[in-house]
Ligand binder design. Structure first.
Ligand code: FES
Ligand code: FE2
Length: 445
């Protein structure tokens, strides 16, 4: 019969979760193999490599990867490791190059991975080197609405199947306009936190009125944003949904108001409203009426480490995470709108962001607790809303009855277990695509 289940870290009946998953090196090492070694990982955006021979340096888990666009316009994700001794063949963040030359002995690779030139190939190697087997190691790459994903797993399902019905929600931001989106950045910084804590935080709205009280008051006072209270949150018609490991929160809007974004203020609201109204016929054609007018994506994460739009939580050890914060903008939005969103994004998220600083302090403490000799013996409690989620007639995925619930957190850690306990992709369950994707938008934009 099958192999014994190795990880049993969350009790589905009580929501108790073992804190050691946030600090133990052996568990972390296993995560790098079983999660980051086979999930589809967000690695960048097509707009970062718009022209032939453009490249952008990124990471899959801890592994350095070059996202390239070759001379035929095709994308590649290449492990930044010379096949000779292992030197990095690319030392810069981005650029345009047909080839990458290793600075150790000069092996030279094309941007489609092939090893093209080796000094002394006939003299030193006597013509015996099999260059065709020594190209840069290449991951599978697929895109969704311009966002580049890659996986090392040859047996992984398609990206479309991996995203599943989460795309029904994600489309409402990432696949909204014919012209697609553009990514700016990233801003990068390191924090002493475990990568999972911030992913779990992406669908935790419970913390907002407490952790972000001061930041929210600043917004109310200076930007005219409505006051935020626990009472509003508990009564909120907004929702939580969970699909295939991806956590979604969304607003069911029936008031024709544009989706809230950092950058909206009493001064700029009119700009957002005009843009919302002017683009609605196009958005309705692309997404259908329900998604165009009513579904507004809120905080969300894409399993395992994509958070709040194009932000990456790159693991750097059990107690360290490198954050990458991009700003994603509708490419064809008016410049003035792009400017206020760019400024608003950085004022609230990113290394110096007001909300980010509130969050990061919590995440540090949560990670530190998992290293406490005595504290770590006691589990985290993720019991809120147990038994209060299920199928919904209008919305795909497993939908919580209330906006404030820990259902998504419990399911995130259960997804973690599914990856960690599976021998291969054949052992990782995947929900079938059931949502009705009205409109013309596709995986390709
Ligand atoms: S390590 Fe790259 S050429 Fe030797
Ligand atoms: Fe937060």
């Amino acid at each position: 019969m099958g192999t014994a289940r190795k990880y049993n870290i969350i009790d589905p009946a009580t929501g108790k979760i073992d804190r050691r998953i946030f600090s133990e090196q052996t568990i972390y090492d296993d995560e790098m193999e079983k999660i980051f070694g086979r999930a589809w990982l967000m690695i960048g955006h097509e707009s970062l490599v718009p022209a032939e021979d453009d490249f952008f340096h990124t990471y899959m888990g801890e592994d350095p990867v070059i996202l390239t666009r070759d001379g035929h316009g095709r994308l590649h994700a290449l492990l930044n490791m010379c096949r000779h001794r292992g030197n990095r063949v690319c030392r810069v963040d981005d650029g345009n190059a047909k080839r990458f030359t290793c600075t150790y002995h000069g092996w030279t690779y094309r941007n489609d991975s092939a090893l093209e030139y080796v000094p002394g190939e006939s003299e030193a190697y006597y013509g015996a080197l099999d260059k065709s087997s020594l190209g840069l190691i290449e991951a599978r790459v697929e895109t969704y609405a311009g966002i580049a994903f890659a996986t090392w797993a040859k047996d992984a399902p398609s990206l479309e199947a991996y995203l599943g019905d989460a795309r029904w929600y994600l489309d409402t931001v990432f696949n909204r306009r014919d012209g697609g989106m553009q990514a700016l950045g990233p801003m990068k910084w390191l924090e002493p936190v475990n990568w999972k804590t911030l992913v779990d935080n992406c669908s935790d709205n419970y913390h907002v009125p407490t952790s972000h009280l001061a930041s929210a008051r600043v917004q109310t006072r200076y930007l005219g944003r409505p006051r935020l209270s626990h009472e509003d949150q508990f009564e909120s018609p907004n929702k939580h949904a969970f699909v295939n490991g991806h956590s979604i929160t969304f607003r069911d809007a029936d008031d024709n108001a544009p989706r809230y974004m950092h950058g909206v203020s009493s001064e700029t609201f009119q700009l957002f409203q005009e843009y919302h109204d002017a683009t609605m016929p196009e958005v309705e054609r692309r997404l259908g009426t329900l998604r165009a007018r009513r579904v507004q994506l809120g905080n969300h994460s894409i399993f395992p480490n994509g958070i709040l739009g194009l932000r990456l939580a790159l693991p750097r050890g059990p107690l360290k995470t490198e954050f990458w914060h991009f700003v994603l903008l509708d490419r064809d939005a008016p410049e003035e709108l792009k400017r206020v969103i760019r400024i608003g994004s950085q004022a609230n998220n990113g290394a110096a962001g007001m909300f980010e600083q509130d969050d990061v302090d919590n995440w540090r403490q949560v990670t530190a607790a998992s290293t406490s000799r005595f504290g770590r013996r006691h589990p985290q409690d993720l019991s809120m809303g147990l038994g209060h989620a299920g199928a919904h007639p209008d919305y795909p995925g497993l939908v919580s009855e209330r906006y404030i619930s820990e259902n998504n957190q419990r399911l995130f850690y259960r997804r973690w277990e599914e990856f960690m306990n599976a021998e291969s992709w054949a052992g990782i369950p995947l929900d079938l695509i059931k949502a009705r994707f009205d409109g013309t938008a596709t995986m390709q934009g």
